[in-house]
Design a protein around this ligand. Sequence first.
Ligand SMILES: Nc1ncnc2c1ncn2[C@@H]1O[C@H](COP(=O)(O)OP(=O)(O)OP(=O)(O)O)[C@@H](O)[C@H]1O
Ligand SMILES: [Mg+2]
Length: 263
Amino acid sequence: MTDETLLSVGDLSVRYPGNALGIGHISLSLRPGQIVALVGPNGGGKTSTLGGIAGFGRRGVARAYSKSMVLRGRSISHQLPLERVKEGVVLVPERDKIFTGLTVMEQLKLSWQPRAGKFATCLASALDLLPEIEPHLNRRGGYLSGGQRQMVGLASALCAAPSVLLIDEVTLGLAPALVNRMAGILRRLGGGDIGLLIAEQSLGLAFEIADVIHVLDAGRVVADGTPDELRHRPDIIDTYVGRHASGTAARNTISEKAATSND
Ligand SMILES: Nc1ncnc2c1ncn2[C@@H]1O[C@H](COP(=O)(O)OP(=O)(O)OP(=O)(O)O)[C@@H](O)[C@H]1O
Ligand SMILES: [Mg+2]
């Protein structure tokens, strides 16, 4: 990870029809190789934040405003979603990650962007990271399981050569073994040049892999910090996270055992 800022978002707000608040005044930044997680209760504003950064809300049902949205030193706040994809800001959406009528190969080709280089090279590196999808390349998306769709959604995003990857609930509906596998995949992605901003209900995964966590509730950031910093915030852990998910329970047990054995 470098100190260079990849993406900085200043005062992002999203409103829905009827002026309903999605999020209000959210600011965050992302460095290459960094994993930043958005966690919090349902309706907290995680999806709205990712959508606002992806450029949804400039036209359509939602309205998004920000004081600044800067990618590698250049403002992208005026850009529409497809223009942002071309700049490398790529969203893996919460649901409907794939087109059910297209084969997996067609979907990957559709997502491909010229900045990724040759499609064959980009396909090879997506399959290297996600070999589980190779047997399904010629199957239509509608025939895939939920977990397979998550993998294809992520592979499609990789074919767009992201520099900022926005991933909404990639562990949704995944079996525990696959959640562990996904943690490894995201860590590998985050270990490169890509900055990852992930919205996660799987708090165990967020605490395990994120460099920074923002806790969102009712459209506001109620706390942020590294996983270790948040583990020392009992107010936040008890209200929003739970001791088990944060790893705090396990750590307490270990330190209690250590204290007992020292007696
Ligand atoms: N299409 C919409 N129309 C009106 N209000 C919406 C719409 N989408 C989201 N909202 C509102 O915006 C707020 C934030 O929702 P958002 O979907 O961003 O939360 P979230 O943290 O992603 O929740 P979840 O964990 O359930 O996915 C909620 O109060 C929600 O009711
Ligand atoms: Mg959501």
